[in-house]
Design a protein around this ligand. Sequence first.
Ligand SMILES: Cc1ncc(COP(=O)(O)O)c(C=O)c1O
Length: 376
Amino acid sequence: MGLFDVYSLFDIVPVKAKGCYLWDDKGNKYLDLYGGHAVISIGHSHPHYIDRISTQLNKIGFYSNSVINPLQKELADKLGELSGMDEYSLFLCNSGAEANENAFKVASFHTGRKKIVAFEKAFHGRTSAAVAATDNKKIVAPVNSFHHVEFLPFNDIEAVEQTLSKKDVAAVIIEGIQGVGGVNIPGEDFLKSLKKVCKKYGTLLILDEIQSGYGRSGKFFAFQYSGIRPDMVTMAKGMGNGFPIGGVLISPEIKAEKGMLGTTFGGNYLACAAGLAVLEVMKEEDLIRNTKETGKYLLKNIEANISYKELRGKGLMVGIEFNEKISSIRFQLLKEKCIFTGISGTNTLRLLPPLTLSKEQSDSFVGSLRALTNSS
Ligand SMILES: Cc1ncc(COP(=O)(O)O)c(C=O)c1O
């Protein structure tokens, strides 16, 4: 049987990974400035992560959400403590799109409304309502297109107020930092006003922290730079360091009802063990501090050494926009310098390394990029 051919693949077969490095089947060693698309938070194959998951697997791997699983509560407690959001409650699922899908449902149940507001260049996933709230017509199938979604300009509070004043919007969804859209950071004042305007018109505010959360921005969640308290926060990627897990944090003002949400696999023992290991390592190794410091160092180093059009970023979520297409530079970084990076659109190189990245590793990346961009 063949595979349904939807991915454009690099001709590389990784067989081993450790910390910020991967090795392929030919023995080549790669520096990982991509983190498997912002997923690797505590570094590849961390010993505590391996131990937590394998110990759990030797006890019980799966049952169902019809019995008590104490690991779910342990995960919620630890997440509340590390994120500073302990008055919220946690719904566990398996992916980012699923987290957003559930957040939309909660907002719609709570408000009795069906309209969603999202922003230009937003990416919220590929399931039904999540993809309808994604600003990319190419990936929205007719079956997804019946959702009531309006896209507004990023950082434009007047446009938001005008739309919300009709009082028919269930939720506004915004990324803590736009990822796929090119590392675009919402203004802190914009987020503060957004929260106020949502409250004024009875609309719930959902912060999509699927890519920008779990320490990546130098705070636990990127929106925390603005000091607001959203109605819901969605997360996935860094939460499981590669084990599929997602979640929604739900404000205490929203009440749960039995059967309102549900999932077979969400919150299973292995996913919780992975999620707990991530939080334990983040705390033990002070990874949010490392992310903030190494991120600042990396941005300064790029500023001093690379000629770019625009540099955007917070912590270890960085976009370097060039005047020209960068697919060949990205390919050279991979093939000649053995460095994985990401891309947004055609002109922006996107960096999403593990949060354990060292200053020396960031120097190595900047040196390689400088050599390639100066000679091209
Ligand atoms: C901001 C954001 N939201 C949602 C998603 C969807 O997550 P998943 O691929 O886990 O469904 C992504 C994935 O890239 C994302 O970056």
